[in-house]
Design a protein around this ligand. Structure first.
Ligand code: ADP
Ligand code: MG
Length: 346
């Protein structure tokens, strides 16, 4: 939590904008050959040679996308970068640079922004992306963060949302629903804390869920894996809003239908246990929870043998003809139309 009440914190006005930018960006290390000029001039200069460039931006607003009561600033910095790197991965690309723009009110201290940038720098290191610019300004209320990720993909290797074909297999990486349940656990603890500030909850049964909520990862490894397996997805998207909503994006944009099999949806044991505890249906959690940042993609049936043994990849359904619609086929052999209930916010 950010508070100037008890510890000595440095007010942002003590530094001024330029010293602040310097302070926050001085530890940025440039590692990408394509970064010709990073922070410090009117614009960064990048040279991506023969590759095609990818650009993706996200805007995050305090109180809408994140709650600083349970989101430590370091995690927020990390997550803000990761969700943008994930978008580049979903294009079958490699993220190379980011810009980070922030607006904060004067209730934020220098130490708070340092913590945020610690997370930003850590994510940059983890994903080998260079921080090459941004903007810093004041806000009258909460915190706003905008991250732009820049990446590359080899010529004509970008994978779009609108190119899935009927009979393609629908594949997802990792497992689903954990980030949403992590949020439920954190919300519950926040309420307990408000009633009883001395409480020391044991969150160990939920460690995977909380990690998935507070420290998501972009599946850069899956992009590499698919390339190593010589599998080129026919369409791809990352799961930010929930499986159901992302499947519908693929279907609508590709003009195909889909059969999703409930029994195939990959769930971690903690997701099953916490769903029961919160009296939620684990399939609903996986379908509508969101923020998993897994990759959802379609492949030609000819590629099935290349992926079938991989523990990181699960075939969860297949695409159908356009007019057939998108359905969940349940364990009880019911056929239920998928609906988009995107989950908004961190
Ligand atoms: P300008 O007045 O041209 O917008 P700024 O003083 O805002 O320039 O920024 C100076 C340099 O610092 C630029 O390279 C800009 O990209 C970078 N920069 C500004 N704010 C941030 C930030 N929050 N994080 C990273 N880089 C930043
Ligand atoms: Mg500026």
């Amino acid at each position: 939590m950010i508070s100037d009440k008890n510890t000595s914190k440095t007010s942002l006005s003590e530094l001024g904008e330029f010293k602040l930018i310097d302070h926050l960006t001085q530890s940025a290390q440039l590692g990408q050959a394509s970064t010709l000029k990073g922070v410090g001039d009117d614009a960064a200069v990048l040279d991506h040679k023969d590759c095609q460039q990818l650009v993706s931006t996200d805007l995050l607003i305090e109180g809408v996308h994140f709650d600083l009561a349970y989101m430590p600033l370091k995690h927020l910095g990390y997550k803000a970068v990761v969700v943008n790197v994930s978008d580049i991965c979903a294009m079958n690309g490699q993220a190379t640079q980011i810009t980070v723009s922030i607006a904060v009110s004067n209730r934020f201290s220098l130490e708070a922004l340092e913590a945020f940038y610690e997370g930003v720098h850590l994510a940059c290191k983890t994903y080998s992306v260079d921080l090459v610019g941004g903007d810093t300004t004041s806000s009258t209320t909460g915190m706003m963060i905008s991250v732009t990720a820049i990446g590359t993909v080899e010529k004509d290797q970008a994978v779009y949302r609108n190119t899935a074909k009927s009979n393609d297999l629908l594949v997802v990486s990792g497992d689903l629903g954990a980030a949403y349940l992590g949020l439920q656990v954190l919300e519950r603890e926040k309420q307990v804390f408000q009633v009883n500030p001395g409480s020391q909850p044991d969150l160990s049964p939920y460690d995977y869920l909380i990690e998935r909520q507070l420290k998501p990862e972009a599946r850069k490894d899956i992009v590499r894996l698919l390339s190593a397996l010589a599998v080129r997805p026919t369409a791809m998207i990352d799961i930010s809003d929930g499986l159901s909503s992302e499947i519908l994006h693929l279907c609508t944009q590709s003009k195909v239908g889909c059969h999703l099999y409930e029994e195939k949806i990959p769930l971690d044991p903690q997701v099953m246990a916490a769903s029961e505890e919160f009296e939620l249906n684990s399939t609903t959690v996986a379908l509508n929870g969101g923020e998993d940042y897994e990759l959802l993609f379609t492949i030609s049936q000819d590629d099935y043998s290349k992926i079938k043994a991989n523990p990181n990849l699960t075939v969860i359904g297949h695409m159908t003809e356009a007019g057939e619609g998108a359905y969940l086929l349940t364990r009880a052999e019911q056929k239920i139309a998928l609906t988009a209930q995107g989950w908004k916010g961190f």
